[in-house]
Design a protein around this ligand. Structure first.
Ligand code: PEP
Length: 260
């Protein structure tokens, strides 16, 4: 991943089927080739369609450096008797260079604990994946002004054991700040809150690493769309976006990518 570029990631979640995911990637590549956005672009399709998307990207002659592929979730185990799970090595087989860890839906719908997220983060980094760790507070925590406390806990539990795996190559870890209440709700955090929390994450990462500055990318996620992306991406310490709903629309997603 290039150092100075923004990263815009499309999280398709559990959406699309074979036909519609093929159409979505075809439409997006057409717009991508026309627009040539300056950011790094990452697509996180449902794992069962990774092969479909990889095949399309190859057919359309899109280098995976231009549009990278990632997996939305990995098993906390390397391999073995874990029915239904997908290992980080299996994802690499399908040319995934990124993994998404600790998404709010994994934490709150599938009850993934900080401990599980810590294990996944370590495994992902050990395997050489660019690892996106999601953090963020619930609405109750936001109302009780516990945002920073929650984020500190989430960062520390996920990263303290793994910091030596990215200290000298800080591109390997990416933090996505996603207030739980902003995901899929149409409500984004205020620009001031985003600036404040991203600066806090930056400082916390320095403390974890024992450094004075770091170049770790910090993405914002939570109802980012083609209309609000430009103002969010201008905030200092916002180095990109994790986009759910709007990434399912090729025109909206390319507009977000082009808003930098
Ligand atoms: C997400 O899936 O991480 C997300 C931020 O979703 P949305 O953009 O729909 O809020």
């Amino acid at each position: 991943m290039s150092k100075n570029k923004y990263l815009i990631a499309a999280n398709w979640k559990q959406n699309c089927d074979s036909k519609s995911s093929t159409k979505l990637i075809n439409d997006f590549v057409k717009l991508f080739n026309k627009t040539k956005p300056k950011c790094d672009v990452l697509i996180l399709p449902p794992s069962i369609y990774l092969d479909t998307i990889l095949t399309r990207l190859n057919k359309l002659k899109v280098p995976l450096k231009k549009i990278s592929l990632g997996i939305q979730n990995i098993s906390p185990f390397l391999n073995g008797a874990y029915t239904g799970e997908i290992s980080v090595d299996m994802a690499k087989d399908f040319k995934c260079s990124y993994s998404l860890i600790g998404h709010s839906e994994r934490r709150h719908v599938f009850m993934e604990s900080d401990k599980i997220i810590s294990a996944k983060t370590k495994l992902s980094l050990e395997s050489g994946m660019n690892t996106i760790l999601c953090v963020g507070e619930t609405i109750a925590e936001y109302n009780q002004k516990q945002t920073k406390e929650v984020i500190l806990r989430q960062l520390k539990t996920a990263l303290l054991k793994s910091k030596d795996l990215f200290k000298s190559d800080q591109d390997k870890i990416i933090i996505a700040y996603e207030p739980v209440w902003a995901i899929g709700s149409g409500k984004t955090a205020s620009l001031d809150d985003i600036a404040d929390v991203h600066a806090y994450i930056r400082n916390t990462l320095n403390k974890i690493l024992g450094t004075k500055k770091n170049t770790i990318k910090i993405l914002y996620g939570g109802s980012v769309n083609d209309l609000n992306a430009a103002s969010i991406l201008k905030i200092p310490d916002v180095n990109g976006a994790l986009v759910g709903g709007a990434s399912l629309n090729s025109k909206k997603f390319i507009d977000i990518c082009s808003s930098i």
